[in-house]
Design a protein around this ligand. Structure first.
Ligand code: F6R
Length: 593
């Protein structure tokens, strides 16, 4: 969580940093701040709230002109959402500014030591110790450079961090990473640092991905040092294949609607994945002595859905575990086990932790990931890139259906039917194009208007539609704040049916498969108790009070079925006055456990 940026070059830093922070806002939007090296000192601006609301600050008079600066957009962990707790944090003499993403676990003891030396803390954050420690080394060791003071500070820190620090005296910018993301953009005589590449792809697509414990110093040129060996490293930039336009809203009012609308294209990208790569992963599944799919949130729902596809098509059992629960499974791992992690960001702390646990047992890790150079990619034996472009809205939409598509291909490939899988997905992509047609999207406003004032909503599905029900409920609750719960249709009478009263809305997934008859019976049980049934099916039914038509695409139905609910969630957010791109309390990359 939190987005950090740095800039050192020949242009005015403030404007570039503000624009970069706006792109990174999905990583946290409690508050933001920028610091620029100017004359006679570093100038700082901090605000509580979203940076996207800060257009009036472009010509901020508090910020002096300068070509080196840092910025931060915060998702609060330590300390309330206040201006004082916002980054950048300055040294007491105002000569050093620091932005940090991650958690300094031993900050309390470091704070205690610094307090004894007379340092007075202005914030409740763990991060404020960093500029004070650097300052303390600079003051107490004669002749020490900013870089060495920074390095000595790092040796004292425990936890996770991506840090960018600037120093007024030497006009130097430094950055480092340890288990928190950071990438470097190399421009023409200018350097960009960011938590994620979309922050600077407008300026350069040449990207250097850092490994843990690599420190980079920018002062005229760029020097990369391995903190463990002390050796200078030479790293060549890689060209990132993301389009500037993909990171912009274009004609859409929100990224959420834009990304929902991109799904025909992103499913087509899945179809065009390299056949050999898909086949190799499918073979690895077949050869493994037990395969685990590990993921969090929507990615977990995609993995769970795929386990049904594997069961149906390949008669193969896949263990699907929520990443945060995976450490409990370590006793069942052997070097013959295969772990497939599924993650859009590749930075989800729970997933990375699961990988650590599995690696200790010699498990082979394959990841399906969207963000190139992410921690997950670097920690896997093999990675398959989803190629859906940046997903900026905090909610997962196009990445969810891309994950479903890729996993469906793997299931078909595992029984030697990759071509059949690809043909099915081509058909899905065409139907998704129809479901996301702007005119069809607007149809959903009607049912959204009916639901917008409801307090509770339930979603049911059976078999392969059960994970779809979980995902549908997650989409609705996280963006509209309506309490929504997904259940397996069969589990209703074991408790949840007690919640149904007159008018309680219930979304029922009733695809044309073996679950249809039984899920319609469950819908009838709800209706008999006064529930209002919204049927998502290929065919209308008299039980439905409202009908949402979706195509019958066999084993790939979950891909089409979720789309009207993504759209419904979007309009529920709009009608309830919520920001669909920035739901409260959430952040796109969940880098804390
Ligand atoms: C929901 C959502 C989250 C993510 C989850 C995992 O819309 O976006 O539930 O799916 O935080 O994130 P990744 O896929 O980046 O590991």
């Amino acid at each position: 969580m939190c987005g950090i940026v740095g800039y050192k070059g020949k242009r005015e830093a403030y404007k570039i940093i503000l624009d970069s922070l706006k792109t990174l806002e999905y990583r946290g939007y409690d508050s933001w701040g920028v610091a620029v090296i100017g004359n006679p000192s570093i100038s700082v601006v901090k605000e509580v709230g979203m940076i996207s609301d800060a257009d009036s600050l472009i010509n901020n008079t508090k910020i002096t002109k300068g070509t080196t600066g840092v910025g931060h957009t915060r998702w609060a962990t330590h300390g309330n959402v206040t201006e004082a707790n916002s980054h950048p944090h300055l040294s007491t003499d105002g000569k050093i500014a620091v932005v940090h993403n991650g958690i300094i676990e031993n900050y309390q003891s470091l704070r205690g030591e610094l307090k004894k030396k007379g340092y007075v803390f202005k914030s409740d954050t763990d991060s404020e110790v960093i500029p004070y420690l650097i300052e303390d080394f600079l003051k107490s060791e004669t002749g020490i450079s900013f870089e060495d003071a920074f390095r000595k500070t790092l040796y004292l820190l425990e936890g996770t961090y991506a840090i960018v620090a600037i120093d007024k005296d030497s006009e130097t910018m430094l950055c480092v990473r340890k288990d928190s993301p950071i990438v470097i953009g190399v421009g023409d005589g200018e350097y960009f640092i960011a938590s994620d590449a979309p922050a600077f792809i407008e300026h350069t697509k040449n990207v250097i991905f850092l490994e843990n414990d690599e420190l980079v110093a920018f002062n005229g040129d760029m020097k990369i040092i391995d903190l463990v060996t002390g050796k200078k490293l030479s790293k060549k930039p890689q060209v990132i294949d993301w389009d500037v336009e993909q990171a912009k809203k274009g004609e859409f009012k929100h990224y959420m609607l834009k990304e929902i609308s991109e799904q025909k294209e992103t499913i087509n990208k899945a179809i065009h994945q390299d056949n050999k790569v898909i086949q190799d992963i499918a073979d690895a599944i077949n050869e493994s002595y037990g395969t685990f799919f590990i993921a969090s949130g929507s990615s977990y729902h995609a993995a769970l859905s795929a386990s049904y596809t594997f069961s149906r098509i390949a008669k193969k059992h896949i263990n699907v575990v929520d990443a945060s629960e995976f450490p409990n499974y370590e006793h069942f791992l052997t070097p013959q086990t295969l772990m497939i992690t599924v993650s859009q960001s590749g930075e989800t702390a729970d997933v990375l932790d699961a990988v650590k646990v599995a690696k200790k047992k010699g498990v082979k890790i394959i990841s399906i990931v969207n963000v190139m150079g992410s921690s997950l990619m670097r920690n896997s034996n093999y990675s398959l890139l989803m190629n859906v472009g940046p997903e900026i809205c905090v909610l997962s939409t196009k990445s969810y259906t891309s994950q479903l598509s890729i996993l469906t291909l793997l299931a078909y490939a595992s029984v030697g039917k990759l071509d059949e899988g690809k043909a099915l997905l081509k058909c899905v992509a065409n139907h998704v194009g129809e479901l996301t047609d702007p005119k069809v999207l607007l149809d959903t406003v009607e049912v959204a208007s009916y639901l917008k004032d409801k307090e509770h909503l339930y979603v049911i599905g059976r078999g392969q539609s059960y994970p779809t029900a979980l995902e549908a409920a997650l989409k609705i609750k996280e963006v509209s704040y309506i309490h929504a719960e997904g259940f397996a249709g069969g589990s209703l009478k074991h408790g949840p049916i007690a919640l149904i009263e007159k008018g309680t809305p219930c979304i029922v997934f009733a695809p044309n498969d073996e679950t249809k008859k039984e899920v319609l019976s469950n819908a009838m049980e709800i209706k008999s108790r006064g529930g209002y049934i919204i049927g998502v099916s290929d065919m209308d039914n008299e039980i439905f009070d409202y009908f949402i038509k979706v195509p019958d695409v066999g084993h790939a139905s979950p891909i089409c079925d979720i789309i009207p609910i993504q759209v419904l969630s979007y309009y529920l957010a709009i009608l309830r006055g919520c920001n669909p791109d920035r739901p409260r309390n959430l952040a796109k990359s969940v880098t804390v456990k």
